[in-house]
Design a protein around this ligand. Structure first.
Ligand code: ZN
Length: 205
């Protein structure tokens, strides 16, 4: 009896390697018509598991912690723009990648967020199963709630593998989404300034 319970404890602390995503991938490979035992595929289930854990790591990001370390009270009321933030995400309908660039801006009200945190917020929401519309909204909403600025603008341009490799099979069509909050929604002047900064291609940018 004690042996049996010890075994159970060991099982909880160190799950057997065949518990997790890898065995599901092995099964998937077989169902696709492959031989999961052949040399080239032998370690594939483990690699897929690791890749998926990384691509879905946003579920484990503590966003409040990420932000609270980096809020600064500053007398600055001009637009802050971080442009061309690359991101890679997985569409929740096909679990295929979609990827592109995000442009994020806000108009501070005496409080700013450390600049490097903006790409981190993008990654935290991109590394999940997503749709582009929600990803764009979540980034805008998170900055709105943390910084309480006069407004937030987010533009997202992306290409979707589920459109490129299957379905309509269009290689060059991109999807654009935007989320405009506060002044970015209400004031054309603010929105135009943001769009001009996003479209401007200056030296080295
Ligand atoms: Zn899709």
């Amino acid at each position: 009896m004690p042996t049996k319970s010890n075994k159970a404890v060991v099982k909880i602390i160190r799950p057997k390697p065949d518990v997790g995503i890898a065995p599901l991938v092995k099964d998937l490979l077989a169902r696709l018509g492959e031989d999961p035992a052949r040399e080239g595929l032998a370690r594939t289930p483990d690699r897929v598991e690791q890749a998926l854990q990384f691509l879905a790591s946003g579920y484990r990001t503590d966003i409040a912690k990420l932000i609270n370390n980096a809020l600064y009270e500053v007398k600055y009321d001009e637009m802050v723009v971080v442009r061309d933030i690359e991101f890679f995400s997985l569409c929740e309908h096909h679990v295929l990648p979609f990827f592109g660039k995000m442009h994020v801006a806000y108009l501070p009200r005496n409080r700013v967020l450390g600049l490097s945190k903006i790409p981190r917020i993008v990654d935290a929401f991109a590394r999940r199963l997503q749709i582009q519309e929600r990803l764009t909204q979540q980034v805008a909403q998170t900055i709105q709630e943390a910084v309480e600025p006069v407004g937030v603008g987010v533009i997202c341009e992306a290409r979707h593998f589920c459109m490129m490799m299957r379905g309509v099979e269009k290689q060059h069509s991109g999807a654009m989404t935007s989320a405009m909050l506060g002044a970015f929604r209400e004031k054309k002047k603010t929105r135009d300034e943001f769009l001009a900064l996003v479209n401007h291609r200056g030296n080295g940018f």
